[in-house]
Design a protein around this ligand. Structure first.
Ligand SMILES: Cc1cc2nc3c(=O)[nH]c(=O)nc-3n(C[C@H](O)[C@H](O)[C@H](O)COP(=O)(O)OP(=O)(O)OC[C@H]3O[C@@H](n4cnc5c(N)ncnc54)[C@H](O)[C@@H]3O)c2cc1C
Length: 461
């Protein structure tokens, strides 16, 4: 995809942008701009201008100018989004927040991290860990994604089964609103009900309602130990029965992930466990807490896995094994992308008890649309990453397959996006899930925040 519109920048406007943002932070070199034409979706759009963000005040000046000159501003951070949310599809200035990347403090008394938006997710997790604290949200792209991007998409990850998603950790925000006002939302307390919850209107708004320039995040004590176990099942149905049964019987694993046999084949070399045959499904479970607690849960869960038909149960023997299993899990998306000509990564969610039914529908969709599907993801909370791959980019069956997957999920009481967001990639499908009244109300909210529609236009709706 090319930019659908180009804003008519001229030398005067570029000079005004330099005045507002600082000439050193304005990028106009086409060779550099070309490198920012993508995120992790299949979409492409080259920025016309890029501004490296430095402070809320600088961003405020830029947004003021954008309102006067009516050019779009598109926030971008790690560029790992899977919905095209950070791409300038209507042209304009890309505001790159990756340079605001300081961890300002980790308060070990109040268990709060105060960070700039461009901090890499993994860096915050490591910094918290060093102080005995835990920042649980762990999207699989966390070695490149940023905390600001995670908040803008309310990112999830394997640990969100037990610990919740990014939205559950955002206590307060500093935000530059589309017209340039700087506001604080929420604060440093774990409770707060004064006025509407603007913090959680911002979280998940995909850069359409404001620019997040500072975050106050909840931390929790780091669990003292963790153990990972993997189980192989002959069928996906058996695997999913095990996933539900473990939870129904009162266990709370930190993560319960699965992958189908096709995904398993792609990452087999990364996992230090000997896996025989080409079985139906693979479940990865992590338990955390005190060692005795983990041992007790493990003793109760392993018989459940056997009862539900696990043919092999493999415990990570040491920390290195454990880390390798999770590396393998996190690499699935990349491996699918490397091994297919064209790939669309969807992230529907269904009630946990319906995952097997969902899987039953996949062969028919593959056959009818002429595509190949890969399924993996967060089985414990029903958030399944269906990757639709095709032998060519403009394969006629792709759109039908996306629509069929979405309709199947919705018919089961699910949603078309559990964590990646709508961005640009899914905007034409949003009316499958939301009513016209709901869409109209949300468009009104957008207009209230951004009357000139300069901030990340053309996204979500
Ligand atoms: C290999 C891989 C695995 C992934 N696994 C997961 C997963 O398990 N769970 C999950 O939820 N996602 C996953 N993702 C998707 C992606 O990592 C998340 O959506 C992530 O939160 C995006 O962060 P980012 O910093 O890369 O943001 P970007 O891609 O740069 O931007 C994403 C959106 O946020 C907006 N934005 C960014 N920064 C700001 C800001 N400071 N203020 C306002 N708006 C902003 C952008 O405009 C855009 O709409 C995965 C991606 C990859 C490539």
């Amino acid at each position: 995809m090319k930019n659908s519109q180009i804003f008519p920048f001229n030398k005067n406007i570029i000079d005004e942008i330099k005045d507002a943002a600082g000439a050193d932070y304005v990028v106009t070199d086409p060779d550099i701009l070309k490198q920012y034409d993508r995120d992790a979706s299949f979409l492409r759009a080259i920025p016309q201008v890029m501004v490296m963000a430095q402070s809320a005040e600088q961003i405020s000046r830029l947004l003021n100018l954008a309102n006067r000159r009516k050019f779009p501003v598109v926030p971008r951070a790690g560029g790992t989004g899977l919905a095209g949310g950070c791409l300038p599809i209507s042209g304009g200035v890309v505001l790159n927040l990756s340079s605001m990347n300081q961890i300002l403090s980790i308060d070990t008394q109040n268990l709060i991290a105060d960070v700039q938006p461009g901090v890499i997710t993994l860096n915050l997790r490591d910094a918290a860990r060093e102080k005995g604290l835990f920042y649980p949200p762990d999207p699989a792209g966390m070695d490149k994604s940023t905390i600001g991007g995670n908040a803008a998409t309310s990112a999830g990850g394997p640990s969100c089964l037990k610990y919740g998603t990014t939205k559950d950790y955002v206590l307060g925000l500093e935000v530059v609103l589309p017209q340039g006002n700087i506001i604080m939302t929420g604060g440093c307390t774990r409770k707060g009900v004064v006025g509407y919850d603007l913090t959680h209107i911002m979280v998940g708004s995909e850069g359409t309602l404001g620019i997040i320039t500072r975050l106050f995040l909840k931390l929790i004590p780091h669990p003292p130990a963790a153990q990972t176990v993997a189980a192989i099942f002959h069928t996906l149905q058996d695997a999913m029965k095990a996933v539900t049964e473990i939870q129904i019987r009162g266990h709370s694993p930190a993560a319960l992930e699965f992958m189908d046999a096709r995904c398993m084949a792609l990452i087999k070399d990364l996992i230090p466990l000997s896996i025989s045959g080409n079985k139906g499904a693979f479940v990865i479970m992590e338990l955390d807490g005190a060692v005795e607690q983990i041992d007790a849960s493990m003793s109760a869960i392993i018989p459940i896995l056997r009862e539900m038909g696990a043919s092999e149960i493999l415990k990570a023997l040491n920390e290195h094994h454990r880390e390798s299993i999770w590396t393998g899990r996190r690499q699935i998306s990349n491996r699918i992308r490397e091994n297919s000509v064209f790939n669309v990564a969807e992230d529907i969610a269904v009630p946990v008890g319906r995952i097997a039914d969902l899987a039953d529908n996949m062969p028919e969709i593959e056959k009818r649309c002429g595509v190949k599907l890969y399924a993996f993801g967060h089985a414990g909370d029903g958030n399944i990453h269906i990757n639709i791959t095709a032998s060519q980019k403009d394969h006629p069956g792709i759109d039908d397959a996306i629509r069929a997957v979405f309709k199947t999920a919705l018919a089961m009481g699910g949603t078309i996006s559990g964590e990646h967001g709508i961005g640009y990639a899914k905007k034409s499908f949003i009316n499958l899930e939301l009513s016209p009244v709901s869409i109209a109300l949300q468009k009104d909210i957008k207009k209230l925040f951004d009357p000139n529609m300069i901030l990340n236009p053309g996204k979500i709706f």
